[in-house]
Structure formats: structure tokens, C-alpha cells
Design a protein around this ligand. Sequence first.
Ligand SMILES: [Zn+2]
Length: 88
Amino acid sequence: MTDKVFCYHCRTYHPVAEVTLVHSKGSKRWRCFKSIASSRGSTAQRDAFGKSVSAANRASSSRQAARPLPRPVLELLWRMPENMPGLA
Ligand SMILES: [Zn+2]
């Protein structure tokens, strides 16, 4: 077991070639590259997810801003009963 070190992230032993020393809470610990890469990947995925959500929010708010009918159309709708006595 001399060529293996304890990975604090996986709580298991990895070959020395697969781990690196990281600073965690003021102490140095061994952590494998795989766990570091996976946590970075999840952070990137979270960032990408957050960006897609905020982009969707922007898109929906701009759609809502564009949705109200132009004033001439609204005025036409308000006048409609007068112009159509049969419906008034
Ligand atoms: Zn590990």
C-alpha cells in the first residue's frame, strides 16, 4: 500500500499518480484528479444551467413586454360595441 494514498474526497485509496495535494480547511490533503475534474464539471454545469435559466427569463420577459397590443388596436377594440350596435 506504499504507492497508494488516501483520497479524502472519495474516502478510499488511489495510486499516487492519480492524486494531488490540495489545501482544504487549512491542511493539505490528497485528492484524486478524477474527483477534482468531476466537481469542476458540475460547477461548469451549474453555471451553464444558471445562464440558460436567466437567458430564458430574459427571453420570456421581453416576450411579455412585446405582447401588449398596440394602442390603436386597443382603441379599436374599445370602440367596437359602438360601431357594432348588434353586439352592444
Ligand atoms: Zn478520489
